[in-house]
Write a new protein. Structure first.
Length: 318
């Protein structure tokens, strides 16, 4: 595992995760890149700006020396997908089935997220909830919606890493409201993914995914425990959730089971191993060939960024 691009905090987190994966029998850690069959390059809490970091990955270190056995674990919001590996928020347009797989995040930032055993859960107060910041058009549509019901909560909040006072109490309330909800809305933010998707599964509740450009992790039956709702259907959420209520108990139990198998600290090791094995089966050429496509990926990303800034300026003027 190469963590040289990470902050000291992230390096410690990855070290602990890798040991957990080894204890669970998913990986075997070795002391040098030459010995390794696979090298995982982590990009979660990068020390340098992200564009500088991904340029640095190509110039030196594991990918530069061993490109065909190096894979990234990239949790950034706006990745380009230059390297093979696992990404939280690689847009469908940029996603290559031969080189990319979708991942969860390294961890939740809320230590109070947890699971209530049968009989211990609070009474359900909400049909569905969303607690989050305004970081996408999709979330803006949610905040503008008026469902007119006491059992629906749409609440604008600040991120957990923005401490505005009462931080601990806020995180506790956030986790409690998930447990009091049958469904938890998981709209895209800056990236196509969101922490609350995996927090909802960890809590044994049913996630409602509102992110058209998100590619789900492979090998998992997402229809068995989640609702995937097109962003254009935000106005139909009450109808969609009510229609799924007869299946809710089984979906909630399956959400928790899948989180334990694939996205818990130990389960992530299985996700990493199986994803990399799958990429090796589907990748048709060496990395030298795929690097020829990097200029096109950068051009697409730059075009999208320019277009987004132009739309933002027009909205401010109107």
């Amino acid at each position: 595992m190469e963590t040289s691009h990470e902050s000291d905090w992230a390096r410690g987190q990855w070290r602990a995760l890798a040991e957990t994966w080894q204890q669970a029998g998913h990986v075997e850690l070795v002391s040098s890149m030459d010995e390794a069959d696979t090298i995982l390059i982590t990009l979660a809490d990068c020390k340098a700006p992200y564009p500088d970091t991904i340029a640095s990955v190509a110039r030196s270190g594991a990918y530069a020396e061993h490109p065909d056995k190096s894979f990234v674990f990239d949790t950034q919001d706006t990745p380009l997908g230059l390297y093979p590996g696992l990404y939280c928020s690689l847009r469908r347009l940029m996603f290559s089935a031969s080189r990319h797989r979708t991942s969860c995040y390294m961890q939740s930032f809320n230590e109070f997220i947890g699971f209530a055993e049968a009989g211990a859960a609070p009474d359900f107060r909400y049909l569905f909830t969303f607690q989050g910041n305004l970081t996408s058009k999709t979330r803006g549509q949610l905040f503008a919606a008026n469902y007119g019901r006491d059992d629906v909560l749409i609440e604008r909040t600040q991120p957990f890493w923005t401490d505005t006072g009462g931080h601990r109490a806020f995180k506790q309330q956030y986790a409690l409201k998930i447990l009091q909800s049958r469904y938890v809305l998981c709209p895209r933010g800056i990236g196509t993914s969101t922490f609350r998707l995996f927090e909802t599964m960890q809590s044994g509740r049913v996630p409602v995914i509102l992110s058209d450009a998100w590619v789900p992790p492979a090998g998992i039956d997402w229809n068995a425990f989640s609702l995937r709702v097109p962003e254009r259907d935000i106005g139909r959420l009450l109808e969609i959730c009510h229609e799924a209520l007869p299946r809710w108990d089984g979906m909630a139990a399956e959400a928790r089971r899948v989180w334990q198998e694939w996205f818990s600290p130990a389960g992530m090791g299985k996700l990493v191993r199986s994803s990399i094995e799958d990429i090796r089966r589907t990748r048709h050429f060496g990395e030298g060939f795929y690097r020829l496509g990097w200029p096109l990926r950068r051009s697409v990303a730059n075009f999208r960024q320019t277009a987004a800034h132009a739309v933002s300026r027009l909205r401010r003027r109107s």
